[in-house]
Each structure stands twice: as C-alpha cells, then as structure tokens.
Design a protein around this ligand. Sequence first.
Ligand code: G3I
Length: 373
Amino acid sequence: MITTARFFSFALATILVAGCAGTKKTSSANTIPSLKDAFKDAFDIGTAMNNAQIEERDPAAAVLIPQQFNVVTPENIMKAEVIHTGWDQYNFDMADKLVAYAAKHGIKVNAHTLIWHSQMPAFMRRVKDADSVRQYFNNHINTVAARYDGKVYSWDVVNEALNEDGTMRKSIFLQSLGDDFVVEAFRLAQKAAPNTKLYYNDYNIEQPKKRAGAIALIKKIQAAGVRIDGVGIQGHWRSYDLPLENIEKSIQEFAALGIEVMFTELDLSVLQNPGPVTADVGQTTGYTDRINPYKTALPDSVQQQLAKAYGDLFSLFMKYKSNITRVTFWGLNDGQSWLNNFPVRGRTNYPLLFDRQFAPKPAFYAVIKTASK
Ligand code: G3I
C-alpha cells in the first residue's frame, strides 16, 4: 500500500528530478531559495538526518538536503546504542555511509554524540562497577572519535550532562567517574580526534539556572587546559512562548567564553505540552484526542504564529551572526520530526520549515527574509 506521505514524496521527487534535468520547471520547490546560500555569510545551516535520508532512499529528501543545507547531524546512528554493539564490537555501517554521503555532496558532518546517559548500548545495562564504566568510557571515545577524525567536522562530545537547576545530572558517568567526567571526555576526545571540533550540547541551557551550570562546566574544561570549541544550545522550543530574551543573553554569555555558539536541534512545537517542558526522551505521557488538536491540518493563525516565531528567532540570530557558527534543524519535514511522538506518541506536530509533502511553509519564507535584512 502506498501511503499519502509516500505518494507526495514520490510526486515531489519526480517534479524535482525532472526540474533538475531541465525538462520541466513547474514546481515551486525547484525554484525556492536555498537556506545555506541565503545565510552563507552568516552561519552554516544544518539538518538532522535519518536512515532513509542517509541511504538516499527518500527521493524528495535526496534533492532537498544538498540544495538547502551545508552541514548535517545524524539523528540517531552515531549514538552509542547503535554504533557500540558489544564490549569489543562496533557497527560503523551507517556512520560510514553518512560520511560517504557527506563527502559526495560536499557537506560537513557534526557527529552526535559520544557521551550521553541516554541510548546507551544494551550490554551496558548489566555493567555496574566503576572500573568497567571507566573502561567503556575510554574505549568508546578512543575508538569512535579516532575512527572519524578528519572525516567529520565536529563532535557533540558530551550531551545533556546537566539538570534543569544547573547541577550535574546523576548519570551513570557521574556516579561511576565523578564530577570530572566531562573534562575527561573532552581530554580523551582531544587526543583521539585532534582535527575535529569538540562541543558540549544540551537543551534548555538558555534558561538562567541551567545556563549558569553550563557556563561553569565550560569554564572548568577550559581551566583544566582542555580544548572545547563550542556549545550547542539545542533549541527545542515552542512557537507560542519562544524565550527570546534568554536566548539573546545566552548568546552573549556563551560567546564571552571565547567559544562558538550554535543552535543544534532547532524545532518549534505548535502543541501544548501536558507535562514539564523538556527534551528528556524518558518523559512521555499517554495520548488523548484533546491534546492532538491539528490532526488533519494546521489552522492559519497557528501557521502564522509559527512563521512569526521563526522570523523573530532568525532576526536575533542575524544580529549575533558574528558569534553564531551554525543553526541546525532537528529533522527535514514535519512528518519526520521526533515531536510527533514526544512527549505524547502519535500526535501531529508542525515544528519545521518544510511540510509533510516537503513544501516550504510560511515559516521557511519568514526565515529566508531575515537573511537580507
Ligand atoms: O531503531 C529502532 C527501530 O529499529 C524500531 O523499529 C523503532 C520502533 O519504535 O524504534 C527505532 O528506534 C527509535 C529511534 O528513535 C529511531 O527512530 C527509538 O525507539 C527512539 O527512542 C529514537 O528516538 C530518538 C531519541 O533522540 C532517542 O535517541 C529520536 O529519533 C531523536 O530525534 C532524539 O534526538 C534527541 C537528541 O539525540 C538529543 N537531544 C534531544 C533530542 C530529542 O529527544
């Protein structure tokens, strides 16, 4: 059975491919502006990529990604649970494919992520003693970071090590290796991947308390004489309450540390969250129709609100273009976003610049407009 999304994806690709071959120029998608070109003097523009996109099995995405983006982040396939399959075993298949894809299209790769308490390899569930955790930590960084040195542009070395109040999260790494595990991760990564940029990545670090925690963490790495090149503010926000003031303060305060500032997982949910506002994949709740109000279409007022929020955000990014090096969207089109399943499974969300048929939304044009202001 061919689903509607698949049909539209195929139809768009046909138009795009025909357009590229110069035989037909009817699709607006073929003539839409390019994000990476529009912002080429300001910062890189990225997207997260899923398996079908990496393997170029998604025809519309295969055309759109190289046209719109100059950097990509693997949404899942370089996480430890995928890449580190046994104590001494690794599966580099998809990551190698990504590197080959990026080389073929002249796109940079931001590798994601070396040390994260979530999505740990299955074999680590049985491991409890500190010595073994230390050994895993060393092996993982030394093997994976070294393999891709010079092949990827950058690594999210440590992901989400902080609590909302700015204290360190009581992860398996903190409990087994102590407070210094973040410094240690960067020290090992620096040695294993001397030609790769090294970043700390987290969500909600634009918020004052968590931001203070991130600044303290970055200063600690710097004070230890260990290299950290940048910080990634994930940017999982909502179109109806964008924290612009805190985002601006974060850019200023992180830039003052002398490192790159990036927005690494940008999406703006249009749906209300039933629980606390977080990107912690462990926190999900049950589905009800009431909390899935836009099942078939997005009302125009909400579409406009989303476009305005994106426009405001990119105007701010342009104001600080000398401090910001990259803005990456967490997914290509609305149908492919993790937000359709978080924090509630099976909702219909609209957080990105391209709709489910890969057509640019009003938000896309609102973003493009900020590039020439
Ligand atoms: O790979 C399996 C597949 O074999 C299986 O059929 C399918 C059934 O549900 O699950 C697949 O794995 C899922 C994977 O996404 C790939 O689709 C996992 O269950 C699911 O938990 C996983 O979710 C990802 C999540 O991180 C956890 O790793 C999301 O796609 C991804 O967008 C999200 O990304 C995180 C960043 O890495 C860190 N910051 C927050 C961000 C959003 O949570």
